[in-house]
Design a binder for this molecule. Structure first.
Ligand SMILES: *Cc1c(COP(=O)(O)O)cnc(C)c1O
Length: 393
C-alpha cells in the first residue's frame, strides 16, 4: 500500500519548498508598472538583497536562473582572453568553468577531489607562482550542491593575500542558509538565484559586486550589463525591460520572512541544526556499514544539503516517492552512480518536516532490506532536542 496521499515533500536541493505566503503574494494581476506600489517595493527588495549578502555596494537582478547569473557575473567581470582560476569541488564548479570557457575566458581548473574542500594553501602557492598577476579572478562555489562540499570563503580570501585577482563566489545553494558577509570577507562578486535558500520559485538570478570591480570588463552585452541595472532610476531599467511583477512580490515576502521575522542568524542556526540532525542519523545508520555523508570532514559540509553514499539509493528514492510522497535529490557525480542521493535541508523547512524526511528514509531502508545501523531517527530527534535549548532563535 501507499502512504503518499497528503502534502508531498520535496527534499531536493532546488527548487526548495515555497512558503504558501510567498505563493499568495505572487497570486495577483499585474499593476501599473510605471509608478506606485511596485516601484517602491522594487527599491525595498534591492535594499534587502544587499542586506542579505552583507554588502553596501551593488546588486544587479536578472530574469533567469543560476546559469543566467553565472554568465552575467562572468562577462561583467572578465573579457575574452582573461585568465580565471576556478576552484572545483564538484559538478557546479565544473559547470561555472565551462560557462566561462564558453565566453572565451582562459580557464584553469584547480580540482579538489574526493569530496574535500578547497585547500587554501594550494591556492596561495598557485597565486604566488603568478608573479605577473595574470590571473584576473578566482571563482569558487561556497557550496557545490552536487557534492555538498562547503568552501571556507574567508580562508580563501586570506590565501589570496595581496594578489590582485578578484574573488567571485557562487552562493546559489548557500545564501540564506549559511553566513555570507560579502564586504567583511572581501568578496568582489557574488552570484545567487531565487529558488534555493531564498524560498521563491525559480526565475530570478542575482549578481552583487564590489566597488573594486564595478567598472567591469567592458566586454558585456547591453542586456547583461550590471551597471544600468545596479544604477537604475526607473523600474524597467533595474530588470532590463518588463519587470517580473509577481516574482518581485514573492521575493519581497520571502525577504521579510528571512530578514525581518526569522532574522539571518536564526536562519543560519536552524540550517546548522537541520544539517547536524541529518549527520547524526547518517552516523547511526552507517554503524558497521557503508552508509554515510560523502564529505567526511564536518567543517567542509554544507548546511543546506547533504550528499549521501547509500548502497541501493536509487531504489530507496523510488520507494520514498511511491510510498511516502517524499522526493529526494539524485546523487550527482558520486563515486558509485545509483548508490548515492542528496538530502536537501534548505529554505522553508521545519524540524518537524525534516525529521519526517529522515524517518521516511529509515522506513525505506527497512522495507527494502537495505543493511543499516539502528537508531538514526532517534539520533536526529535528540540532536534537534539538544539544540532547541540553545539561545539563538
Ligand atoms: C542550483 C545551482 C546552480 C544552477 O542554478 P540553476 O538555477 O539550476 O541554473 C549553480 N550553482 C550552484 C551552486 C547551484 O546550487
Amino acid at each position: 500500500m501507499s502512504f503518499a496521499a497528503g502534502r508531498p515533500m520535496l527534499a531536493i536541493p532546488g527548487p526548495s519548498p515555497v512558503p504558501d505566503r510567498v505563493l499568495r503574494a505572487m497570486h495577483r494581476a499585474s499593476p501599473d508598472i510605471y509608478e506606485g506600489e511596485l516601484v517602491d517595493l522594487n527599491i525595498r527588495v534591492l535594499g534587502d538583497l544587499r542586506r542579505l549578502a552583507g554588502t553596501r555596494h551593488h546588486v544587479a537582478a536578472y530574469i533567469g536562473n543560476g546559469h543566467a547569473a553565472w554568465e552575467a557575473a562572468t562577462m561583467n567581470l572578465l573579457a575574452p582572453g582573461d585568465q580565471a582560476l576556478v576552484l572545483v569541488t564538484g559538478l557546479f564548479g565544473r559547470g561555472w568553468a565551462e560557462a566561462a570557457e564558453g565566453l572565451g575566458i582562459a580557464v584553469e581548473r584547480m580540482e579538489f577531489p574526493d569530496h574535500s574542500a578547497p585547500d587554501p594553501q594550494r591556492l596561495a602557492d598557485r597565486l604566488a607562482a603568478d608573479r605577473e598577476g595574470r590571473i584576473r579572478a578566482v571563482l569558487v562555489c561556497q557550496i557545490d550542491t552536487a557534492t555538498s562540499v562547503r568552501a571556507d570563503i574567508p580562508a580563501i580570501r586570506a590565501a589570496m593575500g595581496d594578489h590582485p585577482a578578484a574573488l567571485a563566489v557562487d552562493a546559489i545553494a548557500a545564501l540564506g542558509c549559511e553566513p555570507m558577509r560579502m564586504d567583511d570577507w572581501g568578496v568582489d562578486v557574488l552570484v545567487s538565484a531565487s529558488q534555493k535558500g531564498l524560498m521563491v520559485p525559480p526565475g530570478l538570478g542575482f549578481v552583487w559586486f564590489s566597488e573594486r570591480v564595478a567598472k567591469g570588463s567592458g566586454a558585456v552585452t547591453p542586456y547583461w550589463n550590471w551597471t544600468p541595472r545596479a544604477q537604475a532610476e526607473q523600474l524597467w531599467q533595474s530588470w532590463g525591460g518588463t519587470p517580473p511583477v509577481q516574482h518581485i512580490h514573492g521575493l519581497a515576502e520571502a525577504l521579510t520572512m528571512l530578514l525581518d521575522e526569522e532574522t539571518l542568524p536564526a536562519a543560519w542556526a536552524r540550517h546548522e541544526g537541520l544539517a547536524a540532525a541529518t549527520w547524526a542519523a547518517l552516523d547511526a545508520w552507517g554503524q558497521g556499514g557503508e552508509i554515510g555523508a560523502l564529505v567526511s570532514d564536518p567543517a567542509a559540509r554544507a548546511r543546506s544539503v547533504t550528499a549521501v553514499g547509500l548502497p541501493g539509493a536509487e531504489r530507496l528514492r523510488a520507494w520514498t516517492a511511491r510510498h511516502a510522497g517524499l522526493t529526494l535529490g539524485l546523487g550527482l557525480g558520486a563515486v558509485q552512480p545509483g548508490d548515492a542521493l542528496r538530502i536537501a535541508h534548505m529554505g522553508h523547512l521545519t524540524a518537524q518536516a525534516h525529521l519526517g524526511t529522515l524517518a521516511t528514509i529509515e522506513s525505506a531502508m527497512v522495507a527494502l532490506g537495505l543493511p543499516h545501523g539502528t537508531g538514526g531517527t532517534s539520533a536526529a530527534a535528540a540532536e534537534i532536542a539538544r539544540r532547541s535549548t540553545a539561545a539563538t532563535g
